[in-house]
Design a protein around this ligand. Structure first.
Ligand code: UD2
Length: 310
């Protein structure tokens, strides 16, 4: 069993990844500054002796270096980030610090202390708005936000470590959903917003005609992909989409919620948001070949679970 360091461990994806590592018997050092993560997400992890939590800013000079020197992980799963695309537009400097400088710290600490693997939270945002669907990894990279640019730059930094013996896997997540996703902002993931509104008996708002589609992937599948990339022997370095390869429309999502909440008010329709893309869909083929990873949780099952635990 391995020693794995998880940055952003108290976040949405980080906490599920931590839970899965612990369930598989690994020892985990979680690092989080609680900027967007929450201690409550680690309630289960904190009861386990194989888990330790460090409250620290991974972008800070020397911070990660000290933690890695002491913990000696075999792998780092780097999920700490500024996660809001809107915030990256408002504050590009903060975006750079949290999404690029932090990655540089991860790379430097890995090299200095012989970490064998890095798994990195990249994003479909590196592709920008492309009409060429499904999006394969070879598709041109044309990010349209500082967030997407920083994720692409971070991939380059980390994949550049290959000649120095570090196996890096970059995971380009599509639209991740599931328990612990924060519905607080209007720009939070649509499923987290809809779940809360249905639970509270309020109707949802659909921007556009509802026929827009996304490749929604359960956070449980994402956590499983992260763990495979961190611990499975014989993984080759590289980048792959982490997606389902299936398109689901907002009307499909609303229909599923309506089965669980038959009394809910009908959705309100408003004009599409400026800059909204109509369709996003990934090709899941490369992750299957390179990681042996295929998403297992259907949107219907994922929503049923989300509704049950929320
Ligand atoms: C992602 C980013 C977003 C922006 C966009 C660029 C997230 C959560 N969002 O948006 O910040 O960078 O990519 O392409 O990472 N919607 C509704 N009602 C609501 C909320 C959303 O109809 O209450 C729509 C929204 O207009 C969009 C769809 O739902 O058409 C999905 O929205 P999303 O923000 O969950 O995901 P996405 O991929 O559009």
């Amino acid at each position: 069993m391995g020693q794995i360091l998880v940055t952003g461990a108290a976040g949405f994806i980080g906490s599920h990844t931590t839970d899965r590592l612990l369930a598989e018997g690994h020892t985990v050092l979680g690092v989080d500054n609680f900027r967007s993560g929450h201690r409550r997400n680690l309630a289960g992890a904190l009861t386990q002796s194989r888990f330790r939590l460090a409250e620290a800013d991974v972008a800070g000079a020397g911070v990660l270096d000290r933690l890695v020197a002491e913990f000696r992980p075999e792998a780092i799963i780097h999920l700490a980030a500024l996660v809001s695309v809107q915030e990256s537009i408002r504050d590009p400097e903060l975006n750079h610090r949290l999404n690029v400088t932090a990655t540089e710290r991860v790379a430097a600490a890995a090299l200095a202390h012989g970490v064998q693997r890095i798994v990195f939270a990249s994003s479909a945002a590196i592709y920008g708005d492309t009409a060429d669907l499904p999006i394969r990894e070879e598709t041109a990279k044309a990010p349209i936000s500082p967030y997407g640019e920083a994720k692409l730059r971070s991939e380059d930094i980390l994949l550049g470590l290959a000649p120095r013996g570090v196996t890096v896997r970059c995971h380009r997540y599509f639209n991740v959903f599931g328990p612990r996703q924060d519905p607080a902002s209007p720009y939070s993931g649509v499923i987290s917003i809809f779940e809360r509104r249905y639970r509270e008996g309020r109707g949802v708002t659909i921007y556009g005609d509802g026929r827009q589609t996304r490749d929604f992937i359960s956070v449980h599948d994402v956590a499983r992909a992260n763990v495979i990339a961190a611990v499975q022997p014989g993984i080759t370095p590289g980048a792959a989409n982490i997606c389902t390869g299936r398109a689901t429309s907002l009307l499909d999502i609303v229909a599923i919620f309506a089965r669980h909440y038959p009394q809910a008010p009908a959705p309100r329709f408003e004009p599409a948001r400026a800059g909204d893309i109509i369709h996003s869909l990934g090709s899941a083929a490369r992750a299957e070949v390179e990681l042996g990873f295929t998403a297992r949780v259907s949107v219907a099952d994922g929503l049923a679970e989300l509704i049950r635990v929320s």
